[in-house]
Design a protein around this ligand. Sequence first.
Ligand SMILES: Nc1ncnc2c1ncn2[C@@H]1O[C@H](COP(=O)(O)OP(=O)(O)O)[C@@H](O)[C@H]1O
Ligand SMILES: [Mg+2]
Length: 312
Amino acid sequence: MKKKKFKKVLVVLGGTSGERPVSLETGKACFKALKKKGYKVSIFDPKKKNLNLIDKKNTDVIFNALHGRNGEDGVAQTYFEYLKIPYTHSGVLSSFNAMNKLNSKEIFKKNNIKTPKFFSIKKSDFKKNIIFKNILSKKIKFPVVAKPINEGSSLGVVICNNKKKLFKLIKNLLKKYNELMLEEYIAGQEVQVAVINGKPLGAIELIPKRLFYDYKAKYTKKAMTKHVMPARLSKKKYNEVLRIAKKTHLSLDCRGVTRSDFKFYKNKFYLLEINTQPGMTSLSLVPEIASYKGISFENLVEKILLDASINK
Ligand SMILES: Nc1ncnc2c1ncn2[C@@H]1O[C@H](COP(=O)(O)OP(=O)(O)O)[C@@H](O)[C@H]1O
Ligand SMILES: [Mg+2]
């Protein structure tokens, strides 16, 4: 057998974000896969113990299975850098920019990557007329999508058909979130692309039975969303979306695996966001795309692990 680059792996999972349940599932699945591959694996939940208490001597590498705030936004990554332990997925700055939808959309725009029109509102400057003035000046038509600027799993994402509903929903969301993004609604197909180690792996299409690909559509079998792999696109368009996802991954200087979420409408792709810690649960899309390409779940997890590093 080949000598392993790392022996002792610490899977960091759970955490304190709204996506804790998803992270626990991702972490458990990756833990199992790494055990199967012959690594000495243990787990660490930052909800129970602070990240600076990680036992450095017994950790060759960290497999970051966190999702959401403090795990996907550069905070956990800063601890890993400080501890000088190589870790999987993107680094501090890439994670920060990808998690903050305002930052990432500015980066998409700079790189000529098409993204829906948007503007942001802060709790402190919440005023009905400002919101509607912005909607008009940006030429955004209803329906409008409102979402937190740094959440995941569709948490807090709402689609509004009229001014009255929008105002009410925004008011409610601002009780929980300090800043929101308002975005034009893009109809059409929902397409997501996995990129691993800088190379696009494939594009999957989601057909939600619900109004959109919300939390329930993502994580419950009952509300089942139809997964179509490969996405129903012409060869030309399929390759185009792979190219955009690769460009996005590279524009944000991401590492390991990412998943970029698109809408495909009137022959154009609109990038909604890039995820630097995509889900690895049994219903997750990156493992499904990998499996279509003949990469088993265990091999996928090991591929991600072997790309772990720190800033030199
Ligand atoms: N501008 C939009 N137009 C149409 N649907 C959207 C838009 N923004 C979000 N959605 C729907 O909400 C889902 C979650 O939005 P996304 O921006 O990817 O946030 P999250 O980080 O929560 O996944 C998308 O997969 C899509 O179904
Ligand atoms: Mg998404």
